[in-house]
Design a protein around this ligand. Sequence first.
Ligand code: 3PG
Ligand code: MG
Length: 410
Amino acid sequence: MKLTGIRSIEDLAKDGGLTNKRLFIRVDYNVPLDKKTGEITDDARIRESIPTIKLAVEAGAKVILASHLGRPKPGKHEGLSLEPCGARLSELTGYEVHLPDDCVGDAPKKVIQDLRAGQVCLLENLRFHEEEEKDDEAFARELSELCDVYVDDAFGAAHRAHASVHALPRMVRDRGAGLLLLRELRSLARLMDRPEKPYVAILGGAKVSDKIDVVESLLNVVDSLCIGGAMANTFLAALGKKVGLSKIEDDKLPLARTIMDKARNRGVNVLLPVDVLVANGLDSNVGSEVSVDAIPDGTMALDIGSKTIELFGKEIARAKTIFWNGPMGLFESAPFSRGTFEIARQMSRSEGFTVIGGGDSAAAVRKAGDDVAKGISHISTGGGASLELIEGRKLPGVEALRSNVAEEAS
Ligand code: 3PG
Ligand code: MG
């Protein structure tokens, strides 16, 4: 991923370029919320957006923040207002954050008209309008009328060709990338551009199907691939092991075999769990450690076991480059969190270049403690986006920022 033709917010701010300008900053405040209380359970995406916002405020811009949150169904907005995110941003920065109750129409127009240089507003959830996900030109046009300059800092949403990250930037001549987006792109590029060897990838999470493309492209570059989490069950089943009630994707067994064959042909060492923690159900509060050759009927694997932690740990210890995406087990539940937290700690101790793809694994690392997170070279704010980037795909949100697409603009 080359960054040619993409201006940074610092470029745009030169010579008073942002002073008194209405600056639209697309952030990704799609943060996890507690199902019961609606509270923000991980505010990393809000924290990570602050350097760009500060720069804009100090440059004297009238700052218009916009984001999506969740996947609201048409007409169903309950619990998905960005208001709590605005409140958190305000707490973290001390800025007053104005909150119009929509992202287009009279409400934002009025608020933005009244904004003074250095003041901040946060538009309401972009996905309250179906046009956002449809990359709708007319909707993008309405957003474009709210601003003079456009900055994208929403790395987590850069793989979506949605109106606020794809149609909109091409309508604004003065556009560029925020500090977070640039940092993400540069860090992830280091994984693709001649990574230092040995290179180890650790993959977990629920589904093989979600990770298939990234596995394919990782097989071209990594020396070892450690597989944990529920997706490991499908691989174990493909090797003929009995996995009890463990979640597997029956239709992906041939695919798992193909992946293992390809890995063998390319000299990539695939490591699967050798032991797991099993329990009777997802709400069990205790697990017992068994070999993967002796998973009792009527039980399911919910975490990797001690020998597996050691096995993966040895790979981590000798690696110079490590990429991790997807938890090793049901880490949200304390009895099954050890594998995920241990992998986080071992990565943190590594002196190599360590990257964690966003989503659950990033949240897990932060949950493992500040000192653990500090030891990681880069914790991405984007799950899907970081995977697509590693697969070698172009991200629509990044492509739309290049200056050579200007002609398509209007
Ligand atoms: C994410 O959390 O992956 C991004 O914010 C994109 O959200 P989406 O997966 O609902 O498009
Ligand atoms: Mg997602």
